[in-house]
Structures are given as C-alpha cells and as structure tokens.
Design a protein around this ligand. Structure first.
Ligand code: KMH
Ligand code: ZN
Length: 303
C-alpha cells in the first residue's frame, strides 16, 4: 500500500511575533526569501507568506513589500506560494486582499470568523521564559479583535473568485467549520476545500488533542469527502499537534509565524529547522512528505 503523503506548510514570518522576540524571525525581503527557500529545501511544499517593513519588522500589507521577495522565492523553488489575507488586526478586509489580488497565487488564506485574538495560556509551555505574555499578547492591544464577518468573507471570496485561488480556510474554533459549510451552501466556496484547524490562539478552541479529534469529527460530518485538512498549533503545541495530525491522516503547518521555538525553552534557529524536525518525525513514524507537485495534485491547485 502506498504510504500517506503529508503536506508540510511553512508559515515563514506572520504578523504576530516581533523581531525583538527572536533574532531568527525574518523581516527583510532578503531574509524572508532566504528562509522561505531553505524551508522548501527542507521539505515544505507550501510557503505561507506575510510581508514586513524592512526598517523595523512591522507588518505591512503593501503589495510592493510582497513584490520584494516573491520573485526570488519562485525562481529558487517549486514550492506553492500561499499569500496571507489575514494582514494585521488593524487592516480592513479590502486592504488585506490586495496582495492576493495583485499576485494571484496558487493559494491564499481565508479566515472563517471574527474573534478575540491572542495566544492561549496553554500554548505557553515552551515560551514562558522569554515573553511578557500579558503585554505582548493579551492585554496590551486595543486591536486584538480579528474581524472576519460574513460580509467580509463574502467580499473577499467574490473578489478573489476569478483568480481560481485555493483557499487555506483558517478555522480557529468549531463554529468556523459551520461558517464554512454555510458559505459553501450559499455558493461562496467550491468543494473540495482545504481547512487549517488552528489551536493555541486565545479566542479560539483550546490546544488539546481531544479538541483536534472533535474538530476532525465535526469536519467529517459537515464535509464528508469534500475536504482536505491540516493542523497549526501556535506556540508550544506546534510540534505535538502537528505530530498528532500527521498520525491521523492530516497535513501539518509549522514555521516561525506560529511558534518561535524548536523545543521546550529553546528558540528555533530558522524556519527550515522546524520543517526539518517535523519532517523527521513524520518519516520516522512511517509517512512520507509530499513534494510540491504532489501537494498540487492532492489539493487540486491551478499550478
Ligand atoms: N497566524 C495564524 C494563527 C492568515 O494569515 O490569514 C493564522 C494565519 C492567518 O496564518
Ligand atoms: Zn498567516
């Protein structure tokens, strides 16, 4: 019997962590490109990308900032480009989709509900030595509401429809699965969909394996064979939940967007180091990692 092929997505820099938290977090276009290429060489077949301001590492949704690294990545690797439409918590949906509209990548994210957005206390277990969690993630911001109303989702889906982009449907809680089912029923998204089950965000479902099983069981009921899935654990649950997902037949997402650590109390040196670690675990446990061509086939990408 053919071995299961597991797709590794690497989320290279994101919009949450700041360069003050880890020297490894890339924020110049050169560093984002170099780390993305190294992650692909280590086994990531999808690269989930945000842009940052080169002078201070702050988040930007300016398409020109994406233009500063996308060609370098595409020339150096065959990996699937997945552009974030999450932007930052202060951007409107209209602003957040401008990079995807301009570059028409094979994939982009699609966030499936509004929520409070912070890191979950249970996901701190590797990271407590380093961060002031109250300041950095929970209390310090007036902007920790992540807005993704049905109107926002419809707006984004309608504008992006003509580009034939495969969405990474970001589902942070079980209700978001029902939101996705509803949006499919009214014709906004076509089957099969690709769902990212997200754990470790305070405001979403808690980061326990029991909840992963619950999300999977609910998705099975709502989508039947009409979905593929992956797991993202933020913070210290990144590797444990990715390992569990790979053993349940799912795909995985790692990268410095989601966790700055490589193991308990130890910062990761790079995105590639996290990719190499989860690849080793997946292979040692009897599965194989999907190539970019295999990821394209599994997800039915436009190529
Ligand atoms: N930061 C992750 C928890 C997006 O870019 O649209 C989810 C994410 C969202 O990657
Ligand atoms: Zn993202």
């Amino acid at each position: 019997m053919a071995k299961q092929r597991t797709i590794i997505t690497c989320a290279v820099t994101g919009a949450i962590h700041t360069p003050t938290m880890s020297d490894a977090l890339p924020y110049t276009p050169q560093d984002i490109a170099a780390q993305a290429v190294a992650a692909a060489e280590a086994g990531a077949s999808i690269l989930h990308l945000h842009a940052r301001r080169p002078h201070d590492g702050g988040v930007t949704i300016d398409p020109d900032a994406f233009a500063a690294f996308l060609p370098t990545i595409s020339q150096a690797t065959d990996a699937v480009i997945n552009i974030s439409t999450g932007g930052s918590l202060t951007n409107t949906i209209e602003e957040r989709i401008t990079p995807a509209l301009r570059f028409s990548p094979e994939m982009c994210s699609m966030n499936m509900g509004s929520m409070n957005f912070s890191f979950h206390p249970l996901a701190r277990r590797y990271d407590t030595w380093k961060f002031d969690w109250e300041r950095d993630y929970v209390a310090g911001s007036d902007h920790n509401i992540f807005r993704n109303t049905f109107a926002d989702i419809e707006n984004a889906a309608t504008q992006l429809a003509q580009h034939n982009i495969k969405f990474e449907h970001e589902c942070y809680d079980v209700g978001h699965l029902y939101n996705l089912r509803f949006c499919m029923d009214i014709g906004l998204f076509k089957a099969p969909v690709f769902i990212q089950f997200i754990f470790g965000i305070l405001g979403g479902i808690g980061p326990e394996v029991d909840n992963l099983i619950f999300m999977k069981r609910t998705a099975d009921r709502l989508f039947g064979n009409d979905y593929r899935w992956s797991v993202l654990g933020a913070g210290g649950v990144q590797m444990p939940l990715a390992t569990a997902a790979s053993q349940m037949g799912g795909n995985v997402r790692v990268g410095l967007e989601d966790s700055l650590s490589i193991s308990r109390g130890k910062l990761a040196e790079s995105n590639a180091q996290q990719v190499a670690k989860i690849r080793r675990i997946i292979e040692e446990l009897g599965c194989e990692v999907a190539s970019p061509a295999e990821a394209r086939e599994i997800l039915g990408l436009k190529g």
